[in-house]
Design a protein around this ligand. Structure first.
Ligand SMILES: [Zn+2]
Length: 360
């Protein structure tokens, strides 16, 4: 595909590569700006294209020159130019994050070929992974805000990956279209089955669906894209990250004195999405680190045992404490539902029959 680059001098290749990097960063930031709109509007059932971006406080449409990703927020010092209402710091963060992720994808699958460093680069896969990182950002943020993982990403994405795997079997290291499709299909099936098993066990342990069906469908997509081995590594990473992130959020909420449902039930989506991104970019490095860690452990067996066993005990104790706390919370929650739930449900039902005019 990039045959025309073969005749370039080293200087020209570097120059071209720099221009491409600049372009990719700008593209990522603009897409990130669009993702902000998606994250806000999709869960509310609003169109992502109309109306144009406007201030949530005064409703004024944002002019194009105030809609430059990342920069605008800093130029306007995080305030609306019309009514001075504060604009969340999350907007520029998402834009910058998307730009970085787009650049990482480009550096991995495109730029080495541009620089003549890696003839095995596959520029055809860049748009696919751009789509993947963008959808991951959207899913993670919507899960944090609303506890939803979007079906159009999980299911739609999986179907798209099937098509892509047939068109570019190299995605799975395969040669023919059928073996590519088979690899994606097998991975998806494995992801769905594993997710389903975890959800089933989770319900038994936590007395409530701690690991939602949305997570199961997203695991199906990861299986289709990364295969079953990749999925296992992602799950290993996600359970570790989930424990660390969940504990962090829990301690933070405790310190702030929050104790409602949002403070106790922490979504798993962010840990899952972050793990998939880590695997995408640093999977190879992770495997190498794991292998060298293994040989290091074998060399320093007693010292590792001395540090590792207490750490493992501490982590297990914390995990048991977490499970007990969530169980206790869910039991109380179910009890309060049983007390209040039924009569209020009846009232809602009646008001609907009357035409939904009364306010309950
Ligand atoms: Zn405003």
């Amino acid at each position: 595909m990039l045959d025309f680059l073969m005749g370039l001098s080293e200087e020209d290749a570097t120059f071209l590569s720099r221009i491409a990097i600049g372009f990719v960063v700008c593209l990522g930031a603009v897409i990130g700006s669009f993702l902000n709109v998606c994250i806000y509007r999709i869960p509310l059932g609003q169109s992502v294209s109309r109306p144009r971006s406007h201030c949530f406080s005064c409703g004024k449409t944002i002019p194009w020159y105030h809609n430059i990703p990342v920069l605008t927020w800093f130029i306007l010092r995080g305030k609306c130019s019309n009514c001075r209402a504060p604009i969340s710091f999350r907007y520029p963060v998402i834009e910058a994050l998307t730009a970085i992720l787009f650049l990482l994808v480009f550096q991995m699958w495109g730029n080495p070929a541009l620089l003549g460093l890696n003839p095995l680069s596959i520029p055809e896969l860049i748009p696919i992974f751009w789509l993947f990182v963008a959808s991951t950002v959207v899913n993670v943020m919507i899960d944090i805000d609303h506890r939803i993982l979007l079906d159009r990403i999980s299911i739609g994405g999986t179907l798209l990956i099937f098509a892509v795997s047939a068109a570019f079997p190299i995605l799975h290291g395969a040669t023919g279209w059928f073996s590519g499709l088979l690899a994606a299909f097998g991975g998806a099936l494995f992801g769905f089955a594993l997710g389903f098993a975890i959800a089933f066990l989770g319900e038994r342990i936590f007395l409530q669906d701690a690991f939602g069906f949305g997570d199961v469908k997203w695991m199906m997509l990861f299986g289709a894209l990364f295969g079953w081995v990749g999925l296992l590594w992602i799950m290993l990473l996600a359970s570790f990250l989930g424990l660390v992130m969940g504990s962090g959020v829990l301690i933070y909420n405790r310190l702030k004195g929050l104790s409602d449902e949002r403070a106790v039930a922490i979504p798993f989506g962010p840990a899952l999405g972050l793990s998939a991104l880590l695997w995408l970019f640093w999977g190879q490095a992770l495997l190498t680190a794991f292998i060298s860690l293994r040989s290091w452990v074998l060399m320093h067996e007693q010292g590792v045992l001395f540090c590792f066993v207490p750490l493992l005990c501490l982590m297990s104790a914390w995990l048991i404490f977490r499970i007990r706390m969530i169980r206790k919370y869910n039991r109380e929650w179910m009890a309060s539902e049983a007390e209040e739930g039924k009569p209020s449900a009846q009232v809602v039902h009646e008001s609907e029959e009357e035409g939904g005019t009364s306010h309950v």
